[in-house]
Structure formats: C-alpha cells, structure tokens
Design a protein around this ligand. Sequence first.
Ligand SMILES: C[S@@+](CC[C@H](N)C(=O)[O-])C[C@H]1O[C@@H](n2cnc3c(N)ncnc32)[C@H](O)[C@@H]1O
Length: 237
Amino acid sequence: MTISGSEIDQNIETARWSNEATALMNRMYRRQRHIYDATRRYYLLGRDQLIIGMRPAAGATVLEIGSGTGRNLIQAATHYPDARFFGIDVSTEMLTSAIAAITRHGLNGRIRVAHGDATAFDPKAVFGMASFDHVMISYSLSMIPGWQAVLQRAASSLKAGGSLHIVDFGDQRGLPRIARSLLRRWLAMFDVTPRDELETALNRLANAHGAALKFERPFRGYAQVAVLKFPRAAKGR
Ligand SMILES: C[S@@+](CC[C@H](N)C(=O)[O-])C[C@H]1O[C@@H](n2cnc3c(N)ncnc32)[C@H](O)[C@@H]1O
C-alpha cells in the first residue's frame, strides 16, 4: 500500500489535534476527576434515562464515545449483565479514574476503555472490533469542537440495525432569558458549548442513512436527547 504525501500531512495534522485535545482535557480534569461523579450527578441530567432506554440484547456490544470516569459504562454494565461495553476518551486523566472505578466494581471482564480522539479514532485498531450494536455519547459533543465529525464516526461505528444514543446540554429554550444567559456563561467556563444545531445535523445524518430519529428537549430544553435507529439493511454506510 502506498501512502501519499497529502495523507501523511493529514495524519500529522490529526495527531497534532489529538495531542492538543488530550493536553486540554487533562488540564480540565486533572483535579476535577476526583469530584466529577459526586458533583455532575446534579446537573448532567438524562444520563440514566439514556441507559434505561438503550435495552441492548444479550451479547450486544455498546461503545461510549467520551466515556470520562466510566460512570455510564459501569451503570449500563450493571443494568445489562449480558452485554459488553467499550469506551474511548481523549483524556488520560479521565481514563485513569475510569480504569480504577471499573476495577473497583469488578467489571474488567465486561468493560474495556482506551485512549482515543472521538473525531479520528478507529475502533478496529483500538478494540479489534469495527462496529457495535449501540453507540452512546453523553455530554461530550458539547466539549468537542469537531462534534459533527464525531457524529460521522459514531454512524460508521454502528452495525446495520444499530442505534446511536445522545444526551447533552440543550438550548434551554423553556428557561427564563436571564437563567439561560447565566447558564451559558457558566458552561463556557468549562469549555462547554451547547450544540444548538444538533437536531439539524442528526436529521441530515438520518436522511443520509435512512435512519429514524427521535429527538426530545426535556427539562425545559436544559437537555437534548436523541435516538437514531439505523436500518437493518445499511444504506450509504
Ligand atoms: C463532560 S465529560 C462526559 C463524560 C461522560 N460521558 C459522562 O456522561 O459523565 C466529557 C468527556 O469528553 C471527553 N472528551 C473531550 N474531547 C474529546 C475528544 N476529542 N475525544 C474523546 N473524548 C473527548 C473528555 O475528556 C471528558 O471525559
């Protein structure tokens, strides 16, 4: 196989972004990771509902993109003892917490986590598995500048008939204007940008793949929740 000069340049550029993302997220979470689960339970709303709605079949595989401390993977693995779980995260600090928590819960045999940039990872190279029955993305798209590329990666990491499950901050459309503006400013301090174009982007993805989209804005738009079900006979993938 020959690799062209422009492919090499592209690979170098991708590696540079990934290193920068790792450095940035490690700075963000080096200390935060120790209090992450205790504090985020109050404002990362809708994560448990996402897990409950997933209902993986026995033997199914689930990938979380941006798996953080492993909290969702552990909840899901406990809830669905017959499924297998995988997570990638760009922060090695978060991965350290995740590995410790997974070990503490005795779930090493059913959950694997690895370092990877959501915009560029190759699941086959990382886990030896090209596709999964379900992919979940929980409160990560709002932290990833290339979030639209993540959606493409997620779609291409799904088996035919698989589903993509997303929860994240919404546009807060049902909240008073002052609350909305305070919340946006507070989220920006953590490098979080609600993806107001998420529904449009998912509609585009659904049309391209012949998938069915369910999109909701619970908690007065504080969160946005989506499930994209792909057809059994893959179209455009
Ligand atoms: C707010 S946390 C969410 C963690 C977990 N999904 C949850 O619901 O608790 C966002 C996570 O996305 C990860 N992240 C940010 N940019 C990323 C990227 N480019 N690739 C993979 N993970 C990324 C961060 O390191 C962090 O663990």
